[in-house]
Design a protein. Structure first.
Length: 317
């Protein structure tokens, strides 16, 4: 498993300085349910939003957002968070990809820097002036379709609090290989004027297109919805998309012992499929959904001041 981890016993609010990409290994061998232990570092800080894929040739690629250079790590003595959230400064940040050869899931890793943020102020109204949350699918011929979240570098007045918030949009960049060059779309996907981030993009039976992501605006449209649910959308051609009419998951999880875990936040969904699944017209079996999560307990303040962890929830078909 490849995940984002936060250094220095710090909360999520320090991710812009302290996040790095780690390789975790199940101590139960091939059992994906774990438990897991730290097996090595893929990319040092700053690196965040790990989006791994096993490629057709058996090698591993992990798309992420990162910084090509050194960055200062914040310290949180005794786990005490800094007094204020450290909100991202995206200057110099960019979407990147780390690649390890087949048979070597722990590396060595070769990093490719894929595309930088546009330079301000010329592009600050561009829909993807700030680009993040990459999630790629790779065809048998090696070509890539990479979905990502884009935002303008200056928000429209009132956007963050409006039901029709369009400040977070999704688009798909294409490339002939995982190394690029990547061609960015001029416009975002039409997903019902909803603000969606953290997509996991995959191809289904007969080449259909699917995504699962996080959306506060779409979730509030569901009856009794939560700001922290997952949303699903599908497309037959990758261009025209339709959102599902119900959430993929809610903010609470029932554990194996029957305890209900009430979550403060549940973001960055990733899906785990049975690697022995077939291609073509037969869908692969979905095993679990993996989230970055935070509980209502063990923290105070807002989203970024709380401890975070990786949640693996089995899916029972």
């Amino acid at each position: 498993m490849y995940v984002s981890m936060i250094k220095g016993q710090c909360p999520l609010g320090t991710f812009n300085n302290n996040s790095f990409i780690a390789h975790l290994s199940s101590t139960a061998g091939a059992d994906w349910r774990g438990p897991y232990e730290y097996a090595g570092t893929v990319v040092e800080a700053f690196a965040h939003n790990a989006a791994p894929r096993v490629l057709p040739d058996g090698s591993v690629a992990v798309w992420f957002i990162g910084y090509d250079g050194e960055i200062e790590t914040i310290r949180c003595p005794g786990g005490t968070p800094p007094p204020n959230d450290v909100w991202p400064d995206w200057t110099g940040k960019q979407i990147a990809m780390a690649h390890a050869p087949a048979g070597h899931p722990g590396g060595p890793w070769k990093i490719e820097w894929l595309f930088k943020q546009p330079q301000l102020p010329n592009n600050w109204w561009q829909w993807d002036c700030s680009a993040t949350n990459p999630s790629a699918t790779v065809a048998d011929d090696g070509s890539v379709r990479m979905m990502y979240r884009g935002t303008m570098c200056t928000h429209c007045s009132g956007c963050p609090s409006q039901p029709g918030n369009t400040s977070e949009r999704l688009g798909i960049a294409t490339a002939p290989t995982i190394k690029g060059p990547y061609t960015r779309p001029s416009t975002a996907l039409n997903l019902g004027n909803q603000s969606i981030e953290d997509p996991y993009y995959w191809r289904g039976a007969e080449g259909t297109h699917h995504l699962i992501g996080h959306s506060g605006t779409a979730c509030r449209h569901f009856s009794g919805g939560s700001n922290w649910c997952g949303v699903v959308a599908s497309s037959s051609d990758g261009e025209r998309w339709k959102l599902a009419s119900a959430p993929a998951y809610g903010p609470n999880v029932t554990l194996a012992n029957g305890t209900v875990l009430k979550l403060f936040a549940r973001q960055r969904p990733q899906l785990l499929f049975d690697p022995s699944g077939s291609k073509g017209k037969t869908p692969r079996k979905l095993l679990a959904v993996v989230n970055g999560a935070q509980t209502l307990l063990g923290g105070t303040g807002g989203l970024m001041q709380r401890d975070s962890f990786t949640l693996i929830q089995p899916v029972h078909a």
